[in-house]
Design a protein around this ligand. Structure first.
Ligand SMILES: Nc1ncnc2c1ncn2[C@@H]1O[C@H](COP(=O)(O)OP(=O)(O)OP(=O)(O)O)[C@@H](O)[C@H]1O
Ligand SMILES: [Mg+2]
Length: 327
């Protein structure tokens, strides 16, 4: 993975996204801030419904009503994506920043050949190159993701899940973007295929030097993949640190419990479940949303939302146990 450049390619500040439902606003993303550095693999992990996909969609301004980006700043190499004009944003998608959405393999067009779907991405952004050049680029992309040439003339239904996910990777990297976001890329695949697809994405990322945001709920899988990891809980970031630090010195009680629930082959330990249920984001608990389930909660946790603060170099945590220490 090598040393990371100190420059962020993406900065997200105070991002807030709500879904305005008849029952009230669902606070899916609340004041989320993080940076992704050049060439870095950044992981976003958390339980189902904690706001991971909403965060990803918001970065590309793909939130649809009743969802709305309330506030925030999303900068890609300095350009604020939330204030770009729609046509500027269209040019930037795929070319500078591309998203492999959750369930992407099921949204490949069923009546278009794989070749045409990849060609579309190129033609939409760069105009139509010569047929020979176009064919060459498609073959190169397929080759990069480990798919044989014959896939070009096939339709999505003729491919396995793993192959379809590789096609999605090929489309995401077609224009050599600065940042690729992969949302639950392998969740629908069996573990063997999961490994191979992840391996493909990592190889491609390394070869192109792209930055990568990997979204998932599998803490164990993420640990092996990413340089840094952000743990999300109920629409907020609970902790951010190097993946190794998160595993060896987790600070947030939620992160600690998440790690205790990851099976290990090295040491046989009883798996720990996190007591209680994730909160509804329609009406989250006051203060720290984790406090009703937290073994270390004290009075302040029920009344005041903890801010994400740097408590050690490159280690941020949003927990009153640690805000005490530095305030
Ligand atoms: N279109 C929508 N309308 C209303 N609420 C929504 C909508 N989309 C998402 N939500 C709610 O926003 C919250 C965050 O959802 P999101 O899909 O971002 O979570 P996630 O972390 O990606 O979950 P998963 O791991 O299941 O993919 C959830 O409470 C969800 O129910
Ligand atoms: Mg999701």
């Amino acid at each position: 993975m090598g040393a990371l450049a100190a420059e962020p390619v993406l900065t997200v500040r105070d991002l807030v996204v709500h879904y305005h439902t008849p029952r009230g606003p669902i606070k899916a993303v609340e004041h989320v801030s993080f940076d992704v550095y050049k060439g870095e693999r950044f992981g976003l992990v958390g339980e189902s419904g904690c706001g991971k996909s909403t965060t990803a969609m918001a970065l590309l301004r793909l939130i649809k009503p009743p969802g709305r980006i309330e506030t925030g700043e999303v900068r890609l190499e300095g350009r604020d994506l939330l204030t770009l004009k729609p046509d500027e944003l269209r040019t930037l998608r795929w070319r500078d920043l591309s998203l492999i959405p959750q369930g992407a393999m099921n949204s490949l067009n069923p009546v278009m050949r794989i070749r045409e779907q990849i060609e579309d991405v190129i033609i939409c952004h760069e105009g139509r190159p010569s047929p020979a050049e176009l064919a060459e680029r498609v073959h190169k992309l397929l080759n990069m993701v480990g798919l044989p040439r014959r896939v070009t003339t096939m339709y999505p239904h003729e491919l396995s899940g793993g192959m379809k996910q590789r096609v999605c990777i090929a489309m995401a990297i077609a224009l050599n973007p600065k940042l690729v976001i992969a949302d639950e890329l392998t969740s629908a695949l069996d573990v063997v295929v999961q490994r191979v697809v992840i391996q493909t994405l990592m190889e491609v990322q390394e070869r192109l030097g792209t930055s990568l945001i990997v979204i998932g709920h599998d803490m164990g899988l993420q640990a092996q993949l990413v340089d840094r990891l952000a743990v999300m809980y109920a629409g907020r970031i609970a902790e951010i640190a190097d993946a190794i630090t998160i595993f060896e010195q987790p600070l947030h009680p939620y992160t600690r419990l998440l790690i205790a629930s990851v099976p290990s082959t090295k040491e046989k330990k009883p798996l720990q479940a996190i007591p209680g249920l994730p909160p509804t984001l329609l009406n989250p608990p006051p203060g720290c949303a984790f406090h009703p389930r937290c073994p270390a909660a004290f009075e302040r946790c029920a009344v005041e939302v903890p801010r994400l603060q740097e408590v050690a170099p490159k280690h941020q945590v949003a927990c009153h146990l640690f805000s005490e220490r530095i305030s």
